[in-house]
Design a protein around this ligand. Structure first.
Ligand code: AKG
Ligand code: FE2
Length: 352
């Protein structure tokens, strides 16, 4: 629960978390989301997330190993709603480059980052998320949010020119993300015995890719403050790369830390995959905790159906035993955002 703050959120948001952290300031009241006296585990268990080798899916000739991997994929997405992907075709060296350029971006002086500054109520650009609804606490993080595909939706004013390699690396990373989403979307369909392209068709030719670079500064009170509040994603699904542990997934009412595997990316279902699979795959609630000693960075790429496209449960997943539980929806991510700002999930709005 948030406490009352003497300062309006707009004023607090104009000062970035990174500055407060560097100045050694205590988190202001609007960031306090839990109370020291409520017993909540700060350190959570490491989650036994499946590690899936995507390279096994790129061969078109089915083999036993591929079948076993598909079964593992299905089971991971039905229970945890996420998995660690290896064999994705992105080299370790390149993943390190993406991590490095992200760190370099945030380490720049504030004047440099302010060139990409967003207005308080805007989404794209550098800063914090738009002000949440009254009573909601703020996240102890800074982020740069960019539309990447379709290309004609890019707003280049928000694309950093420094570090000089930033744009090129983002371009290359996004192309890799396109390859990964194609592979993963087909594998997910195959794992459910559906026509291979069915999810890709639902996302559409103009599927959206948005990149969110997150910077979680050190925090003196990890017992009171979160890097990112608990939420499920409104995307179709999200691909997350982290440099350090900090992300936690909620399962059976317990928080599990996603282990750090430097060569892996985490594939995490958003609400729209839960809708398309008629509730078979789960869109997990997750959050990011803060730490005292080291900062953390992550890059999340949200893969979302094209604007204005109606999506819904696949016909092949609706039968007498499993009746349709979701309606067809359009631009669900916008509905999701309204609820997110109030600290709520939106999935119920898509139920029949
Ligand atoms: O920082 C992370 O690991 C997760 C970020 C996340 O959940 C998000 O940006 O929606
Ligand atoms: Fe998320």
């Amino acid at each position: 629960m948030a406490q009352l703050s003497p300062l309006p959120a707009e004023i607090l948001l104009s000062k970035r978390v990174q500055e407060m952290s560097l100045n050694g300031e205590q988190p202001p009241p609007l960031y306090i989301c839990r109370h020291a006296d409520t017993v909540e585990e700060v350190s959570a268990q490491l989650s036994p997330l499946s590690i899936i080798d995507l390279s096994l899916f790129s061969s078109s000739t089915p083999c036993t190993k591929q079948q076993q991997e598909l079964e593992k994929l299905r089971s991971a997405l039905c229970s945890w709603g996420c998995f660690q992907a290896i064999g994705h075709g992105i080299s370790d060296t390149f993943l390190d480059k993406v991590r490095q350029v992200t760190r370099e971006y945030f380490k720049q002086p504030m004047e440099e980052k302010k060139k990409q500054a967003k207005k308080v109520d805007e989404f794209e650009g550098y800063g914090a998320d738009p002000v949440p609804a009254e009573g909601q606490f703020l996240d102890w993080s800074d982020r740069l949010f960019l539309d990447v595909y379709p290309e004609d939706r890019r707003k280049l004013v928000f694309w950093p020119e420094r570090p000089e390699s930033f744009r090129g690396i983002l371009e290359e990373y996004s192309l890799k993300m396109k390859m990964v989403t194609e592979l993963v979307s087909k594998a997910m369909a195959n794992s459910l015995n559906l026509e291979e392209n069915c999810f890709l068709n639902q996302y559409g030719e103009r599927a959206q890719y948005q990149a969110r670079f997150n910077y979680y500064s050190c925090c003196q009170r990890p017992d009171l403050v979160l890097g990112l509040k608990p939420h499920a994603d409104g995307s179709g699904y999200t691909i997350i790369m982290q440099d350090e542990e900090g992300l936690q997934v909620l399962k059976d009412e317990k928080w599990f830390t996603v282990p750090k595997i430097s060569e892996a990316v985490l594939v995490l279902m958003g609400d729209q995959m839960e809708i398309m699979t008629n509730g078979i795959f789960k869109s997990p609630v997750h959050r990011v905790v803060t730490r005292t000693e080291r900062e953390r960075i992550s890059v999340a790429v949200f893969y979302t159906p094209e604007v204005n496209k109606e999506i819904g449960p696949e016909d092949g997943l609706i039968n007498e035993e499993r009746p349709r539980i979701f309606k067809k929806v359009k631009d669900y991510a916008d509905i999701h955002w309204g609820y997110y700002q109030q600290g709520q999930r939106a999935l119920h709005t898509a139920k029949v």
